[in-house]
Ligand binder design. Structure first.
Ligand SMILES: Cc1cc2nc3c(=O)[nH]c(=O)nc-3n(C[C@H](O)[C@H](O)[C@H](O)COP(=O)(O)OP(=O)(O)OC[C@H]3O[C@@H](n4cnc5c(N)ncnc54)[C@H](O)[C@@H]3O)c2cc1C
Length: 416
């Protein structure tokens, strides 16, 4: 079997490795639009559900060496008052860690493995897929270079479109999809060098829907003073969306006023924002779940298949699970087109549920519930507002749909 993958991001690289591990492919080629790989200096969270899959591909040690592994997840009101905290990752009983990592490091680990196992010649840059066509016997992808010059078309038995949120292949099958759905929230994110906060291995989520921050370390001991690289994301309700562009620089004055008094005894969030090395902006956008991803010898994967609101740390994780699922199906299905269909049957319903949950019940629903009851004011005693059991129940329900509750990952391991 000859496999063509368009897009060398999280989904494309993981799929190449999973397909290689299946032993079912004679040749695997990844065509990436960018002429070279840019290192975006921001972080990403990957839960145990994703690390389980990357671990099966032999990448856990390399990822752990390049990342932080949070041990607790803590929720605070916008006044910095602790609402709820629970153990996270291995500390919560997972067999695999949760990792927080620079995107460029995640990409490096994946690409190193691709180069070593599949060969650097099969990772082909400066090839932007501009369309696909297929016959009874094969599929052909058409490409352009960065200068729009036409590149030679390439054929294979199957093509998996991992070309991200602006997927050309998706647009070919769904010509009238229109603009992204915007929920009225923009994100600004940055990385700051600073001393560890809380346990030094904590994820902190502060505030509710109208203005929220998510903060977590992505690299330890970056200098002799024991500083960490700390990743932060600030979400604010706004009527107009910023551009849907991953690498769009953000301006401090567009969001800082909301956070300027967020100085708590456990973290000076305002100072952390002011000291950021780089700030990027992104809108909270997604698309309605599709009814179909697979068209004969072509299927969609990752953000091309199921763009979701970037919250709850799950878009990249779901892309990894997509890739691992299809890799396993290549091993068991002798007909590659049947494998694509079976992949869709497994992954489409699961990811559609997450897309919809992220719209209606984002993870900050915990603090939202508290702030609704206090009218956004400081509370005297939390137990007069809400019980820890109720908070645990809210977070547990969220995690179960997101697919990273400790019982689910243990279960799916047992079923293998
Ligand atoms: C602010 C923000 C924070 C996030 N945080 C998290 C998080 O903590 N945890 C998590 O799991 N997810 C997170 N996500 C989501 C996650 O980053 C995405 O879901 C993930 O990157 C999807 O992987 P992908 O491979 O499908 O797409 P991408 O990573 O976008 O990769 C697509 C690749 O295809 C290439 N390409 C594009 N068009 C073409 C073409 N026509 N031909 C060939 N190549 C092409 C691109 O250059 C790129 O390399 C976040 C997203 C955002 C915006």
């Amino acid at each position: 079997m000859e496999v063509i993958i368009t897009g060398g991001g999280i989904a494309g690289l993981t799929l190449a490795l999973a397909t290689h591990a299946s032993g079912a492919a004679k040749r695997i080629r990844i065509f990436e639009a960018a002429p070279d790989i840019r290192a975006l200096g921001v972080g990403i969270n990957l839960g145990p559900h994703a690390i389980k899959e990357l671990s099966a591909l032999g990448l856990e040690d390399a990822l752990v060496a390049a990342s932080c592994q949070p041990q607790d997840y803590a929720f605070f009101t916008r006044h910095g008052q602790l609402v709820y905290r629970e153990p996270w990752g291995k500390a919560a009983g997972h067999q695999w860690p949760h990792i927080s990592i620079l995107r460029s490091e995640l990409h490096r680990v994946l690409l190193d493995a691709v180069n070593e196992r599949i060969g650097g010649a099969n990772f082909i840059t400066a090839h932007r897929c501009v369309g696909v066509e297929q016959s009874e016997v094969n599929v052909t992808a058409h490409f352009a270079g960065p200068d729009n010059a036409v590149r030679a078309p390439q054929s294979g038995d199957v093509l998996i479109a991992c070309d991200g949120i602006h997927s050309v292949v998706r647009a070919q099958f769904y010509r009238d999809e229109g603009p992204f759905a915007y929920r009225g929230t923009n994100l600004w994110r940055g990385v700051t060098r600073r001393q560890p906060f809380l346990t030094g291995r904590s994820i902190a989520r502060i505030g509710a829907r109208h203005s929220t921050m998510i903060i977590y370390p992505i690299r330890n001991n970056i200098d002799a003073a024991g500083n960490q690289l700390v990743n932060w994301v600030a979400e604010i309700e706004r009527e107009v969306a910023v551009p849907v562009d991953w690498s769009k620089p953000g301006q401090l004055e567009d969001f800082y006023p909301v956070y300027q008094d967020w100085s708590f005894d456990w973290l000076d969030a305002a100072e952390m924002i002011r000291s950021a090395e780089q700030i990027l902006s992104y809108p909270m956008v997604d698309r309605d779940p599709l009814k179909r991803w697979t068209f004969g010898r072509v299927t969609l994967m990752g953000d091309a298949a199921h763009p979701m609101y970037p919250q709850g740390g799950n878009g990249g994780a779901q892309a990894i699970i997509d890739a691992a699922t299809l890799g396993r199906l290549f091993e068991t299905e002798s007909d590659p087109a049947a494998a694509l269909k079976a992949y869709e049957a497994t992954r489409l319903p699961a990811t559609s549920r997450i897309v919809l949950q992220n719209r209606s019940a984002p993870p900050n629903v915990i603090v939202d519930t508290v702030e609704q009851r206090t009218g956004g004011k400081r509370f005297e005693k939390l137990e007069d507002v809400i019980t820890q059991d109720e908070l645990r129940g809210i977070f547990e329900r969220y995690q179960k749909v997101a697919g990273y509750h400790v019982t689910q990952i243990a279960q799916s391991q047992a079923q293998r």
